[in-house]
Design a protein around this ligand. Structure first.
Ligand code: IPM
Ligand code: MN
Length: 374
Protein backbone atom coordinates (compact mmCIF):
# COMPACT_ATOMS: atom_id res chain seq x y z
CA UNK A 1 0.00 0.00 0.00
CA UNK A 2 1.34 3.43 -0.89
CA UNK A 3 1.80 5.95 1.93
CA UNK A 4 0.86 9.50 0.95
CA UNK A 5 2.59 12.33 2.76
CA UNK A 6 0.30 15.19 3.68
CA UNK A 7 1.56 18.44 5.18
CA UNK A 8 -1.03 19.99 7.47
CA UNK A 9 -0.84 23.73 8.16
CA UNK A 10 -3.80 24.46 10.46
CA UNK A 11 -2.88 28.10 11.14
CA UNK A 12 -4.80 30.23 13.62
CA UNK A 13 -8.10 30.38 15.42
CA UNK A 14 -10.93 28.75 13.56
CA UNK A 15 -8.38 27.37 11.07
CA UNK A 16 -7.32 24.97 13.82
CA UNK A 17 -10.91 24.08 14.68
CA UNK A 18 -11.96 23.21 11.14
CA UNK A 19 -8.69 21.36 10.51
CA UNK A 20 -9.34 19.16 13.55
CA UNK A 21 -12.58 18.02 11.91
CA UNK A 22 -10.92 17.46 8.53
CA UNK A 23 -8.23 15.35 10.17
CA UNK A 24 -10.87 13.22 11.91
CA UNK A 25 -12.52 12.65 8.55
CA UNK A 26 -9.18 11.76 6.99
CA UNK A 27 -8.65 9.20 9.77
CA UNK A 28 -12.05 7.65 9.07
CA UNK A 29 -11.42 7.56 5.32
CA UNK A 30 -8.07 5.90 6.03
CA UNK A 31 -9.77 3.10 7.98
CA UNK A 32 -12.78 2.66 5.75
CA UNK A 33 -10.97 2.71 2.41
CA UNK A 34 -7.73 1.01 3.41
CA UNK A 35 -5.54 4.04 2.74
CA UNK A 36 -2.33 5.13 4.40
CA UNK A 37 -1.23 8.68 5.10
CA UNK A 38 1.74 10.16 6.87
CA UNK A 39 0.64 13.45 8.39
CA UNK A 40 3.26 16.15 8.89
CA UNK A 41 1.83 18.86 11.16
CA UNK A 42 3.48 22.26 10.88
CA UNK A 43 2.52 25.14 13.19
CA UNK A 44 2.12 28.53 11.51
CA UNK A 45 0.30 31.84 11.45
CA UNK A 46 -0.26 34.77 13.76
CA UNK A 47 0.08 32.90 17.05
CA UNK A 48 3.26 31.21 15.87
CA UNK A 49 4.56 34.60 14.75
CA UNK A 50 3.95 36.13 18.17
CA UNK A 51 6.04 33.40 19.79
CA UNK A 52 8.84 33.11 17.25
CA UNK A 53 8.89 36.19 15.02
CA UNK A 54 8.37 33.92 12.01
CA UNK A 55 5.18 32.97 10.18
CA UNK A 56 6.20 29.34 9.97
CA UNK A 57 9.29 27.25 10.80
CA UNK A 58 12.42 27.82 8.78
CA UNK A 59 12.35 24.42 7.06
CA UNK A 60 8.58 24.44 6.42
CA UNK A 61 8.69 25.53 2.80
CA UNK A 62 11.32 22.90 2.01
CA UNK A 63 9.17 20.18 3.61
CA UNK A 64 6.16 21.33 1.59
CA UNK A 65 8.25 21.31 -1.56
CA UNK A 66 10.31 18.15 -1.17
CA UNK A 67 8.43 15.90 1.19
CA UNK A 68 4.73 16.18 0.55
CA UNK A 69 2.25 14.71 -1.89
CA UNK A 70 -0.25 17.41 -0.95
CA UNK A 71 -0.76 20.24 1.52
CA UNK A 72 -3.84 20.96 3.59
CA UNK A 73 -4.12 24.54 4.78
CA UNK A 74 -6.49 25.91 7.46
CA UNK A 75 -6.47 29.70 7.80
CA UNK A 76 -4.04 32.30 9.08
CA UNK A 77 -4.64 35.81 10.35
CA UNK A 78 -2.47 38.73 9.23
CA UNK A 79 0.82 38.67 11.13
CA UNK A 80 2.14 42.17 10.56
CA UNK A 81 0.86 45.35 8.99
CA UNK A 82 2.02 45.81 5.42
CA UNK A 83 4.09 49.01 5.33
CA UNK A 84 2.96 51.55 2.72
CA UNK A 85 6.59 52.60 2.17
CA UNK A 86 7.80 49.05 1.38
CA UNK A 87 5.44 47.62 -1.20
CA UNK A 88 6.93 44.14 -1.41
CA UNK A 89 6.91 43.25 2.26
CA UNK A 90 4.02 41.23 3.55
CA UNK A 91 2.75 37.75 4.17
CA UNK A 92 5.26 35.20 2.97
CA UNK A 93 3.39 32.00 3.67
CA UNK A 94 0.35 31.94 1.40
CA UNK A 95 2.18 33.62 -1.46
CA UNK A 96 5.33 31.68 -0.59
CA UNK A 97 3.37 28.53 -1.37
CA UNK A 98 1.36 29.82 -4.34
CA UNK A 99 4.37 31.34 -6.10
CA UNK A 100 7.11 29.16 -4.60
CA UNK A 101 5.42 25.91 -5.61
CA UNK A 102 4.08 27.41 -8.84
CA UNK A 103 0.46 26.60 -7.97
CA UNK A 104 -0.90 28.36 -11.01
CA UNK A 105 -4.54 27.26 -10.96
CA UNK A 106 -6.76 28.27 -8.07
CA UNK A 107 -9.76 25.99 -8.40
CA UNK A 108 -12.89 27.22 -6.63
CA UNK A 109 -16.04 25.10 -6.99
CA UNK A 110 -19.33 26.92 -6.59
CA UNK A 111 -21.94 24.34 -5.78
CA UNK A 112 -25.23 24.73 -3.94
CA UNK A 113 -26.05 21.51 -2.11
CA UNK A 114 -29.65 20.40 -1.49
CA UNK A 115 -31.32 22.09 1.47
CA UNK A 116 -28.71 24.89 1.59
CA UNK A 117 -29.98 28.40 0.95
CA UNK A 118 -28.06 31.00 -0.96
CA UNK A 119 -27.07 34.10 1.03
CA UNK A 120 -28.30 36.87 -1.22
CA UNK A 121 -30.55 38.27 1.46
CA UNK A 122 -32.27 36.89 4.55
CA UNK A 123 -35.48 38.33 3.20
CA UNK A 124 -35.19 36.93 -0.27
CA UNK A 125 -37.05 33.65 -0.05
CA UNK A 126 -36.44 32.12 -3.43
CA UNK A 127 -34.25 29.04 -3.33
CA UNK A 128 -32.67 27.69 -6.47
CA UNK A 129 -33.41 24.11 -7.27
CA UNK A 130 -30.62 21.91 -5.95
CA UNK A 131 -28.12 21.29 -8.69
CA UNK A 132 -28.74 24.58 -10.47
CA UNK A 133 -25.60 26.15 -9.06
CA UNK A 134 -22.69 23.93 -9.98
CA UNK A 135 -19.85 25.71 -11.71
CA UNK A 136 -16.16 26.07 -10.98
CA UNK A 137 -13.99 29.17 -11.15
CA UNK A 138 -10.41 28.64 -12.25
CA UNK A 139 -8.54 31.68 -11.02
CA UNK A 140 -5.06 32.32 -12.38
CA UNK A 141 -2.86 32.22 -9.28
CA UNK A 142 0.70 33.31 -10.03
CA UNK A 143 0.53 36.60 -11.92
CA UNK A 144 -1.95 39.37 -12.76
CA UNK A 145 -2.29 42.08 -10.12
CA UNK A 146 -0.63 39.78 -7.58
CA UNK A 147 2.72 39.97 -9.40
CA UNK A 148 5.19 41.82 -7.17
CA UNK A 149 5.49 44.56 -9.78
CA UNK A 150 4.51 47.33 -7.43
CA UNK A 151 6.09 50.49 -6.26
CA UNK A 152 5.70 53.81 -4.56
CA UNK A 153 6.94 57.28 -5.27
CA UNK A 154 8.14 58.96 -2.08
CA UNK A 155 9.09 62.61 -1.94
CA UNK A 156 10.44 64.16 1.26
CA UNK A 157 9.54 60.87 2.95
CA UNK A 158 5.93 61.13 1.91
CA UNK A 159 4.40 58.40 -0.19
CA UNK A 160 2.71 60.41 -2.90
CA UNK A 161 1.95 57.75 -5.43
CA UNK A 162 1.45 53.99 -5.29
CA UNK A 163 1.32 51.70 -8.26
CA UNK A 164 0.46 48.05 -8.91
CA UNK A 165 1.18 46.71 -12.36
CA UNK A 166 -0.88 43.88 -13.74
CA UNK A 167 1.17 41.29 -15.57
CA UNK A 168 -0.41 38.80 -17.98
CA UNK A 169 1.94 36.44 -19.77
CA UNK A 170 1.25 33.99 -22.57
CA UNK A 171 2.69 31.15 -20.48
CA UNK A 172 0.60 32.09 -17.43
CA UNK A 173 -2.60 32.41 -19.43
CA UNK A 174 -2.02 29.32 -21.54
CA UNK A 175 -1.43 26.86 -18.74
CA UNK A 176 -4.37 28.00 -16.65
CA UNK A 177 -6.73 28.04 -19.64
CA UNK A 178 -5.60 24.52 -20.60
CA UNK A 179 -6.24 23.51 -17.02
CA UNK A 180 -9.78 24.88 -17.31
CA UNK A 181 -10.49 22.92 -20.49
CA UNK A 182 -9.09 19.73 -18.96
CA UNK A 183 -11.31 20.34 -15.94
CA UNK A 184 -14.34 20.75 -18.21
CA UNK A 185 -13.59 17.37 -19.77
CA UNK A 186 -13.93 15.72 -16.34
CA UNK A 187 -17.16 17.51 -15.40
CA UNK A 188 -20.73 16.92 -16.43
CA UNK A 189 -21.44 20.25 -18.12
CA UNK A 190 -23.80 23.09 -17.28
CA UNK A 191 -26.83 22.34 -15.09
CA UNK A 192 -29.16 23.80 -17.73
CA UNK A 193 -28.31 21.51 -20.63
CA UNK A 194 -25.34 19.34 -19.66
CA UNK A 195 -23.15 20.92 -22.34
CA UNK A 196 -19.48 21.21 -21.42
CA UNK A 197 -18.42 24.83 -21.57
CA UNK A 198 -15.50 27.06 -20.58
CA UNK A 199 -16.25 30.76 -20.11
CA UNK A 200 -13.37 33.18 -20.63
CA UNK A 201 -13.91 36.02 -18.14
CA UNK A 202 -11.93 39.17 -18.85
CA UNK A 203 -12.13 42.90 -19.54
CA UNK A 204 -10.77 42.75 -23.06
CA UNK A 205 -12.90 45.71 -24.14
CA UNK A 206 -10.46 47.88 -22.14
CA UNK A 207 -7.37 46.07 -20.90
CA UNK A 208 -4.45 44.95 -23.05
CA UNK A 209 -3.55 42.04 -20.78
CA UNK A 210 -7.11 40.80 -21.14
CA UNK A 211 -6.86 40.97 -24.92
CA UNK A 212 -3.86 38.66 -24.68
CA UNK A 213 -5.72 36.41 -22.23
CA UNK A 214 -8.65 36.12 -24.66
CA UNK A 215 -6.37 35.49 -27.64
CA UNK A 216 -4.63 32.69 -25.77
CA UNK A 217 -8.06 31.34 -24.79
CA UNK A 218 -8.99 31.12 -28.48
CA UNK A 219 -5.72 29.37 -29.31
CA UNK A 220 -6.18 26.80 -26.55
CA UNK A 221 -9.90 26.33 -27.27
CA UNK A 222 -9.15 25.25 -30.82
CA UNK A 223 -7.69 22.02 -29.38
CA UNK A 224 -10.95 21.27 -27.57
CA UNK A 225 -13.63 21.27 -30.24
CA UNK A 226 -15.98 19.18 -28.06
CA UNK A 227 -16.16 21.96 -25.45
CA UNK A 228 -18.32 25.04 -26.02
CA UNK A 229 -16.58 28.43 -26.10
CA UNK A 230 -18.10 31.28 -24.13
CA UNK A 231 -16.97 34.84 -23.37
CA UNK A 232 -17.97 37.32 -20.67
CA UNK A 233 -16.67 40.65 -19.51
CA UNK A 234 -16.05 40.41 -15.80
CA UNK A 235 -18.57 43.12 -14.85
CA UNK A 236 -21.33 41.39 -16.81
CA UNK A 237 -20.25 38.00 -15.48
CA UNK A 238 -20.82 39.26 -11.90
CA UNK A 239 -24.40 39.91 -12.92
CA UNK A 240 -24.95 36.72 -14.89
CA UNK A 241 -23.81 34.32 -12.16
CA UNK A 242 -26.55 35.76 -9.95
CA UNK A 243 -29.18 35.75 -12.69
CA UNK A 244 -28.49 32.45 -14.39
CA UNK A 245 -25.93 30.39 -12.49
CA UNK A 246 -27.27 27.25 -14.19
CA UNK A 247 -25.69 28.37 -17.49
CA UNK A 248 -22.10 28.03 -16.25
CA UNK A 249 -19.78 25.07 -16.05
CA UNK A 250 -16.13 26.21 -15.91
CA UNK A 251 -15.02 29.87 -15.89
CA UNK A 252 -11.38 30.89 -16.23
CA UNK A 253 -10.08 34.37 -15.40
CA UNK A 254 -7.07 36.46 -14.34
CA UNK A 255 -6.04 36.48 -10.68
CA UNK A 256 -7.78 39.52 -9.16
CA UNK A 257 -11.02 38.98 -11.08
CA UNK A 258 -11.08 35.44 -9.68
CA UNK A 259 -10.49 36.72 -6.17
CA UNK A 260 -13.50 39.03 -6.34
CA UNK A 261 -15.80 36.76 -8.33
CA UNK A 262 -15.30 33.83 -5.94
CA UNK A 263 -16.38 35.81 -2.88
CA UNK A 264 -19.50 36.78 -4.80
CA UNK A 265 -19.94 33.19 -5.93
CA UNK A 266 -19.73 31.99 -2.32
CA UNK A 267 -23.02 33.82 -1.76
CA UNK A 268 -24.64 31.46 -4.26
CA UNK A 269 -23.51 28.38 -2.36
CA UNK A 270 -24.53 29.29 1.18
CA UNK A 271 -21.65 31.52 2.24
CA UNK A 272 -17.96 31.26 3.03
CA UNK A 273 -18.56 28.27 5.28
CA UNK A 274 -19.23 26.26 2.11
CA UNK A 275 -16.55 27.68 -0.20
CA UNK A 276 -13.49 25.58 -0.80
CA UNK A 277 -10.44 25.77 -3.03
CA UNK A 278 -7.45 23.97 -4.42
CA UNK A 279 -4.20 25.67 -5.46
CA UNK A 280 -2.80 23.39 -8.09
CA UNK A 281 0.39 23.26 -10.14
CA UNK A 282 2.07 20.58 -12.21
CA UNK A 283 4.21 19.28 -9.33
CA UNK A 284 2.46 20.40 -6.15
CA UNK A 285 -0.96 21.11 -4.71
CA UNK A 286 -2.43 22.84 -1.67
CA UNK A 287 -6.06 22.81 -0.57
CA UNK A 288 -7.74 25.39 1.67
CA UNK A 289 -11.15 26.74 2.61
CA UNK A 290 -11.70 30.21 1.10
CA UNK A 291 -12.65 31.70 4.49
CA UNK A 292 -10.08 33.27 6.79
CA UNK A 293 -9.25 32.60 10.45
CA UNK A 294 -12.27 34.56 11.72
CA UNK A 295 -10.80 35.48 15.14
CA UNK A 296 -14.12 36.67 16.57
CA UNK A 297 -15.49 33.13 16.31
CA UNK A 298 -12.35 31.34 17.44
CA UNK A 299 -12.38 29.02 20.44
CA UNK A 300 -16.17 28.67 20.44
CA UNK A 301 -16.49 25.54 18.31
CA UNK A 302 -19.23 27.19 16.23
CA UNK A 303 -17.90 27.71 12.70
CA UNK A 304 -18.85 25.57 9.73
CA UNK A 305 -16.19 22.91 9.06
CA UNK A 306 -17.66 21.95 5.66
CA UNK A 307 -15.44 24.24 3.52
CA UNK A 308 -12.39 22.66 5.11
CA UNK A 309 -13.80 19.13 4.85
CA UNK A 310 -14.57 19.73 1.17
CA UNK A 311 -10.98 20.90 0.68
CA UNK A 312 -9.87 17.51 2.00
CA UNK A 313 -12.37 15.90 -0.37
CA UNK A 314 -10.90 17.87 -3.30
CA UNK A 315 -7.41 16.88 -2.24
CA UNK A 316 -8.28 13.17 -2.28
CA UNK A 317 -9.96 13.52 -5.66
CA UNK A 318 -6.96 15.32 -7.14
CA UNK A 319 -4.42 12.93 -5.63
CA UNK A 320 -6.49 9.97 -6.83
CA UNK A 321 -6.30 11.26 -10.37
CA UNK A 322 -2.62 12.20 -10.20
CA UNK A 323 -1.52 8.94 -8.59
CA UNK A 324 -4.00 6.80 -10.47
CA UNK A 325 -5.30 5.40 -7.18
CA UNK A 326 -9.04 4.76 -7.34
CA UNK A 327 -9.27 4.19 -3.62
CA UNK A 328 -8.54 7.87 -3.10
CA UNK A 329 -11.32 8.84 -5.52
CA UNK A 330 -13.72 6.50 -3.76
CA UNK A 331 -12.85 8.09 -0.42
CA UNK A 332 -13.39 11.53 -1.94
CA UNK A 333 -16.80 10.57 -3.34
CA UNK A 334 -17.90 9.13 -0.05
CA UNK A 335 -16.92 12.31 1.83
CA UNK A 336 -18.91 14.43 -0.60
CA UNK A 337 -21.92 12.12 -0.32
CA UNK A 338 -21.69 12.21 3.48
CA UNK A 339 -21.57 16.02 3.46
CA UNK A 340 -24.56 16.15 1.09
CA UNK A 341 -26.55 13.75 3.29
CA UNK A 342 -25.89 15.71 6.48
CA UNK A 343 -26.96 18.90 4.71
CA UNK A 344 -30.04 17.28 3.25
CA UNK A 345 -31.19 15.89 6.59
CA UNK A 346 -30.70 19.36 8.07
CA UNK A 347 -30.47 18.14 11.67
CA UNK A 348 -26.83 18.99 12.31
CA UNK A 349 -26.05 22.39 10.81
CA UNK A 350 -23.93 25.27 12.08
CA UNK A 351 -25.39 28.74 12.65
CA UNK A 352 -24.47 30.05 9.20
CA UNK A 353 -26.76 27.44 7.65
CA UNK A 354 -29.60 28.16 10.05
CA UNK A 355 -28.81 25.50 12.66
CA UNK A 356 -27.23 25.55 16.12
CA UNK A 357 -24.89 22.58 15.97
CA UNK A 358 -21.27 22.93 16.93
CA UNK A 359 -18.39 22.68 14.49
CA UNK A 360 -17.34 19.37 16.07
CA UNK A 361 -20.90 18.00 15.93
CA UNK A 362 -21.07 18.63 12.19
CA UNK A 363 -17.70 16.91 11.81
CA UNK A 364 -18.94 13.93 13.87
CA UNK A 365 -22.16 13.69 11.84
CA UNK A 366 -20.20 13.61 8.57
CA UNK A 367 -17.84 11.02 10.03
CA UNK A 368 -20.73 8.80 11.07
CA UNK A 369 -22.29 9.07 7.59
CA UNK A 370 -19.03 7.99 5.91
CA UNK A 371 -19.03 4.89 8.09
CA UNK A 372 -22.72 4.21 7.37
CA UNK A 373 -22.47 4.75 3.64
CA UNK A 374 -19.57 2.37 3.17
C1 IPM B 1 -8.11 34.41 -1.14
C2 IPM B 1 -7.69 35.50 -0.19
C3 IPM B 1 -6.24 35.87 -0.41
C4 IPM B 1 -6.10 36.37 -1.84
C5 IPM B 1 -5.73 36.90 0.60
C6 IPM B 1 -5.86 36.40 2.02
C7 IPM B 1 -4.33 37.34 0.34
O1 IPM B 1 -8.53 36.59 -0.29
O2 IPM B 1 -7.50 33.33 -1.12
O3 IPM B 1 -9.04 34.63 -1.92
O4 IPM B 1 -6.31 37.56 -2.12
O5 IPM B 1 -5.80 35.57 -2.71
MN1 MN C 1 -10.17 36.32 -1.67
Amino acid sequence: MKTYKIVVLPGDGTGQEVMRESKNILRTATEVFGLDFEIIDIPCGKEYYKKTGREWPENAFQICKDESDAILFGAVGPTKKRPLEKPNEGSSMLFGLRFGLDLYANVRPTKLYPNVRHKISHKFKQVWEPGNVDFVVIRENTEGLYTPARGVLSRAENVEMAMDNRVITRKGAERVIKFAFEMAKRRKGTPIDGKKKVTCVDKSNVLQGCLLFRKVYDDVASDYSEIERDYAYVDAFAQWILRKPECYDVAVMPNMFGDIITDLAAVLQGGMGMATSGNIGDEHCMFEPVHGSSPKHAGKDIVNPIASILSLQMMLDWLGMKKNDHKLNKASKSIEMAVAKVLEEGKTLTYDLGGNAKCSEVGDAINAKIKNLS
